[in-house]
Design a protein around this ligand. Structure first.
Ligand code: ZN
Length: 336
């Protein structure tokens, strides 16, 4: 086994949802859909174990999207009247639901997936939730009228679900905050404050994932214009190093992130992206190990965890499986 994990999401099998799509339609409904989600989750759990990952996830097989999967369980959001909105500073447009009332949880959000995974693996279990700032950037607010107020309202709900996930047996809770790389100043301020609200009182390891997005065209075009050195992390990492978050997951391989920026995370576990999710070429174990070696010049070996750059949800199923094996093999080769 090697100290390796994925960011969180994996592609859904074609019998569960449309393949190769970021917002896939489900193939089934009702009890059949619930059973298919369960089967897909167990399948990926087994494949992650077989590959040799020591921290496993549910592969987000039960949610259509990493943000809306949580929001669908929240009262006060109108999903029936979605509106177009430019998200991630207008990088791309998405149809988003509207906040129309006080936000409350309808009940548990991910209880069945978390308990299913816990019952079927003895490995460390990681569960992902969207970060408050990224949620605020992915819904249209017609009620709170203030981003920070809305972020803290969301953080309270995330905390409620996160505490319950810990009771279900989850070992690591990761908050996905791609928005941190877009609104850096706010991220270092109220973004981290809202994360602290979300992790309040959690008796588990906590993580934040910050990336340059899925391997979709809008993101690839955006990255092409970011210049020879990507400095976004430099604005947020010092504040994260001072935060109470235990781990930081970041994009590394095939990026223009200067590796020395990892030193800004002193004291934290660093989940280094060694697998490119924007590219179908399968990394060799040697290439994965080389990226880890590069990171090791800036992060102590005991603080390094091998990871993917981002979620693999929109990838081809077979490609994701092969990349997952390369991830674990490379981590083993590097002695991580
Ligand atoms: Zn990501």
């Amino acid at each position: 086994m090697s100290r390796a994990t994925i960011t969180g999401s994996l592609p859904k099998p074609a019998w569960l949802a449309e393949p190769n799509t970021l917002w896939p339609r489900w193939r089934l409904d009702g009890a059949e859909l619930a059973a298919a989600k369960r089967d897909a989750t167990l399948l990926w759990l087994k494949l992650q174990e077989d590959a040799g990952l020591d921290i496993v996830t549910d592969g987000e097989q039960s949610r259509q999207h990493f943000v809306h999967g949580f929001l669908e369980a929240v009262n006060g959001i109108d999903f029936a009247h979605k509106v177009p909105m430019g998200i991630r500073d207008n990088r791309y447009e998405a149809m988003v639901p509207q906040v129309v009332d006080v936000l409350t949880l309808r009940g548990r959000v991910h209880e069945s997936e978390a308990r299913l995974c816990r019952a079927h693996t003895t490995r460390a279990l990681k569960f992902t939730l969207p970060g408050p700032m990224t949620v605020v950037d992915t819904i249209a607010d017609r009620f709170y009228g203030d981003k920070v107020k809305l972020a803290f309202a969301v953080a309270d709900l995330l905390n409620q679900e996160a505490r319950a996930l810990v009771a279900d047996g989850v070992d690591v809770i990761q908050f996905d905050e791609p928005a941190f790389n877009v609104y850096m100043r706010d991220a270092a301020g109220w973004g981290i404050d809202a994360l602290h609200r979300a992790i309040d009182g959690l008796q588990c390891t906590t993580c934040v994932h910050i990336c340059y997005g899925y391997g979709i065209k809008a993101n690839i075009d955006w990255k092409a214009g970011l210049g020879a050195e990507w400095r976004q992390y430099a604005e947020v990492f010092p504040a994260l190093a001072r935060s109470r978050i235990d781990q930081v997951s970041l994009e590394c391989v095939n990026s223009h992130v200067p590796p020395r920026l990892l030193e800004l995370l002193e004291g934290k576990d660093v989940l280094v992206g060694v697998i490119d999710v924007a590219n179908d070429a399968i990394e060799s174990p040697e290439a994965v190990a080389a990226t880890l070696e590069l990171a090791r010049r800036h992060v102590p070996r005991t603080k390094l965890i091998a990871c993917t750059n981002c979620g693999m949800a929109p990838m081809a199923w077979e490609i994701a499986l092969r990349k997952l094996k390369a991830l674990a093999a490379g981590a083993r080769l590097a002695g991580i």
